[in-house]
Structures are given as C-alpha cells and as structure tokens.
Design a binder for this molecule. Structure first.
Ligand SMILES: Cc1cc2nc3c(=O)[nH]c(=O)nc-3n(C[C@H](O)[C@H](O)[C@H](O)COP(=O)(O)OP(=O)(O)OC[C@H]3O[C@@H](n4cnc5c(N)ncnc54)[C@H](O)[C@@H]3O)c2cc1C
Length: 150
C-alpha cells in the first residue's frame, strides 16, 4: 500500500460529494472538534454550513481560523482524507449577503432535512438562534491510499 497526494481538483471532487466532516476551532490555546454537515461550493471555493449558536460559533467568532477534516474510510488500507484550512465568515442578512445566503440554501436543499441535527439541541424547547456561515478555503490537501503488490 502507498499513500499519494491528491491534486487540488481531486480534493474539490471529494469535497463536492461528501457532506460530513470534522470542524476544528480553537480559543485560548484550546482546540475543539465537532462533526458537522456542510456543502462545498466549487465555483466560490468555499464551504457552507448551518448551526445553532453554541460553543463552536462563539469560538469561531472570536478566532475565525478553522480546520475541516473530511474522510472516506473503508478500512486502514483504503481511505481518502482531505484537510482544509480556512476562515469562518458568518453570512448576515444585508442586501450584499443575501445572494450568498441564497446560494448556501440552494446547496443545503440538495440534502433532505438539511437543518438536522444542527438545531436538534438536547433538551432545548426554545427556538435556538441560528447562523449560516461559510469557510473561505485558504489551503486544501488530500491523501489517498493506493494498492500495490507489496
Ligand atoms: C453527522 C453529524 C452531522 C452534524 N451536522 C451538524 C451541522 O451541520 N451543524 C451543526 O451545528 N451541528 C451539527 N452536528 C452536531 C454537532 O456535532 C454539535 O453537537 C452541535 O453543533 C453542537 O455544537 P456546539 O459547539 O454548539 O455545542 P454546544 O451545544 O454549545 O455544547 C457544548 C458542549 O457540548 C459538547 N458537545 C457538543 N457537541 C458534541 C458532540 N457532537 N459530541 C460530544 N460532545 C459534544 C462539547 O464538549 C461542549 O463542551 C452534527 C453531528 C453529527 C454527528
């Protein structure tokens, strides 16, 4: 088995067909990682996601530098992983931001019940405050296993 590096185009292709990843953010030297659902916009080269306001949103507002890890793992010998470094950017409701928000919602709609589990907060009866955000991609890398005879 060998591990080879993916081209940027191969990384984009994996991001386009995958919708769950692990989002890492950090505050005061403390990393925090949670699984999220996302949609990759190949034209804008950014990642869109949706969240109730909670710990990760509070942390990303304070420090927008994030990392998203995406994987397709069959077993230890058959896998593809992508690592994105980028910046958190909340999409508001100004006239300028509306077109971006529409694009995000268009991509979310490709997944059934796309708002779940983002707003399924444990034990919460109230309607949570929610945000649509994007991650501007600063760099992307990918690795994939390749079978060899040895
Ligand atoms: C497949 C999948 C897809 C998901 N998609 C989304 C999505 O698109 N958007 C979204 O907002 N959320 C999604 N979630 C839920 C997400 O992982 C978080 O649980 C949720 O967003 C709350 O995160 P928070 O930082 O706001 O935590 P808060 O609700 O503020 O809670 C903070 C505390 O709860 C703990 N905690 C939070 N989440 C988890 C967790 N998943 N596992 C263990 N401990 C946890 C942390 O240790 C932290 O101290 C998804 C989860 C899964 C498994």
């Amino acid at each position: 088995m060998r591990v080879h590096e993916l081209s940027a185009a191969e990384c984009w292709e994996v991001l386009s067909r995958t919708h769950v990843g692990r989002l890492a953010c950090a505050r005061a030297d403390q990393p925090y990682v949670v699984p999220i659902s996302f949609s990759y916009d190949v034209l804008a080269n950014c990642i869109f996601s949706f969240s109730a306001v909670g710990k990760k949103v509070d942390w990303m507002r304070e420090n927008p530098k994030v990392c998203l890890e995406v994987e397709e793992v069959a077993d230890r010998f058959n896998w593809t992983t992508i690592v994105v470094l980028g910046r958190y950017d909340e999409i508001g409701d100004t006239p300028d931001e509306r077109a971006v928000r529409r694009r995000a919602l268009e991509l979310f709609e490709e997944r059934s019940r796309w708002w779940f589990p983002a707003i399924a907060k444990i034990g919460s009866e109230e309607r949570p405050a929610v945000v649509v955000y994007r991650i501007h991609v600063d760099s992307v890398s990918g690795r994939r296993t390749e079978q060899t005879d040895t």
